[in-house]
Design a protein around this ligand. Structure first.
Ligand SMILES: [Zn+2]
Length: 518
């Protein structure tokens, strides 16, 4: 291609994997003003501006920065300061009690104890802990343990009292409080109360904890090549907009963030961003889709009529809706709501999303495609949680677990998110698992849903860019796109399949600035 402008940065001697089907490979990239201005062949002699720099990539692979289309930033930070009860940390409830007791020694009475990542499937007791278990650790500190999926929690007696949950209380909307059948006394296990607990009971982590944690989080993301994320937290608020605004203004956060928001918070957050921040902030921080978490405890919440209203209202304003759907009933309710919105606004092009699509019969795919919906899947779940799925999911439904290939075959756009901290944020583990469909113990989950390497990489580049509405500026190495680039030590298209997750990120540029190197 013909040079137009002198470059501020030339990255040469690299194996460029553009993810652009019209120009898949190249050997260098020219960058100016934070944008890609040229895709280079070996012969191209691109002019360099007087202060311009040349980077020799030593034959390594250069590709677009990876995009996580569904994660939870604040939760990843709060996870860092919480007690971790994943299967790598403990084997049973007794160890949990000891760890909590130890933690309380240094904390004043009344301080919340947070624990995360427990999964009854991997506890030797094969059950959730109860309030009575946790009361053995402390009755002076409220405790909240989160199930690995974040869709169940356990509270000790003090925390239950603070939440106003007892044998006489009604369950809050969308929340199922598990009770002893004879006495109606809550056992401490709560299903689906994540948003309710964060809003009404448990104080958020402090700004200084967030600030300290965001530095570590940033390193974690950059060293795995993530240059942009969509935060799918339904409880985000103006506080989150303010927090990330300050980080960006102080030049302490380079990764592009798109925050989703509930139907209630969305407009307020958008207004704040437009009225109270400058251009520099809005380059790195956006408000994205409206997030709806469908729960079934046992009735759908929000109810189908309410869900439809949310989708119709959002469509009228051209705002995409991202709906959390993990079983066929939820998928169908979401598709139905979106079809209704489509019929009211037949010319509207906004692309609504189904998050997770954990269990979806093949028969639903044509309707999803027809309603121009996209799917955001979670390949790492198969690796991390696949053994539990294979044991818990009814054999007649196992073929429905995390469809990927059949989604693409049905011409439904597909992206991937980590859902971190529910699973590791590492996109390379996701890319590898999308190809292998292998669980941690080596079992296979629906081999017919395997993707090839290129498709798997697309989930975190072109696909994720589409999910965020960035298809014209991110996800590909293409002229006029943002210079969000990563230099990696192996070619993910032809390295051994089981080494994809060992790929090392050597350099990361965001908007043409070098933000990480190892
Ligand atoms: Zn999520």
């Amino acid at each position: 291609m013909q040079p137009t402008l002198p470059a501020h940065l030339l990255i040469q001697n690299v194996n460029v994997l553009t993810m652009d089907p019209n120009r898949p490979f190249a050997s260098g990239v020219a960058i100016a003003d934070g944008k890609i201005i040229g895709i280079l062949d070996k012969e191209t002699n691109w002019p360099l501006s007087p202060q311009g720099k040349i980077v020799d990539g030593n034959g390594l692979t250069l590709m677009p920065g990876l995009i996580d289309a569904h994660c939870h930033l604040r939760a990843q930070i709060s996870q860092m300061s919480a007690l971790s009860f994943s299967r790598a940390d403990i084997t049973g409830i007794d160890e949990m009690i000891l760890a909590i007791r130890e933690k309380t020694r240094t904390l004043p009475n009344g301080t919340w104890i947070r624990g995360t990542g427990y999964d009854p499937f991997y506890l030797k007791e094969k059950r959730h802990p109860t309030r009575w278990d946790l009361d053995q650790a402390t009755t002076h500190h409220p405790i909240r343990l989160r199930h690995i999926t974040r869709h169940a929690s356990v509270l000790n007696s003090l925390a239950l009292n603070m939440a106003g949950l007892n044998e006489f209380s009604q369950d809050p909307p969308g929340v199922k409080v598990e009770r002893q059948p004879d006495t109606n006394i809550p056992t401490g296990v709560i299903y689906g109360g994540d948003s309710w607990l964060s809003q009404h009971v448990i104080p958020p982590i402090t700004t200084s904890e967030l600030e300290n944690g965001s530095g570590q989080l940033q390193r974690n993301l950059l060293q795995r090549g993530i240059t942009a994320v969509q935060d799918a937290t339904p409880t985000s608020s103006i506080q989150d907009v303010k927090f990330w605004t300050a980080r960006i203004q102080e030049n302490k956060w380079p990764i592009t963030i798109q925050l989703m928001a509930s139907a209630i918070q969305h407009q307020q957050m958008e207004k704040h961003l437009i009225n109270e921040t400058n251009h520099q902030v809005r380059k790195g921080l956006e408000i994205g889709p409206i997030k709806v978490v469908l729960e079934a405890n046992p009735d759908l919440f929000p109810a189908p009529t309410e869900l439809t209203q949310i989708v119709v209202n959002a469509t009228a304003k051209n705002i995409p809706v991202a709906i959390h759907v993990v079983d066929p009933e939820m998928v169908w309710a979401a598709v139905d709501a979106i079809e209704t919105a489509r019929s009211k606004f037949p010319n509207n092009l906004v692309r609504h999303r189904l998050e997770h699509l954990s269990l979806c019969p093949d028969a639903f795919l044509p309707a999803i495609s027809k309603a121009r919906i996209m799917v955001v899947t979670n390949p790492s779940f198969i690796y991390q949680h696949g053994d539990r799925y294979l044991s818990d999911v009814d054999p007649t439904e196992r073929n429905w677990l995390y469809p990927m290939n059949s989604v693409l075959q049905s011409k439904i756009p597909l992206a991937a998110g980590s859902d971190a901290p529910v699973a590791v944020s590492d996109p390379w583990m996701g890319i590898q698992t999308a190809c292998t469909r292998e669980t941690l113990s080596g079992m296979l989950v629906n081999q017919h849903e395997k993707l090839d390497r290129y498709q798997a990489l697309s989930l975190y580049t072109v696909g994720a860019a589409l999910a965020a509405g960035w298809q014209h500026k991110r996800g590909m190495i293409h002229p006029q796109f943002e210079a969000d680039l990563i230099l990696i030590d192996q070619n993910p298209l032809n390295c051994p399949e089981r080494e994809i997750n060992k790929i090392q990120v050597k350099k990361v540029w965001i908007g043409g600035n070098l933000v990480f190197q190892s």
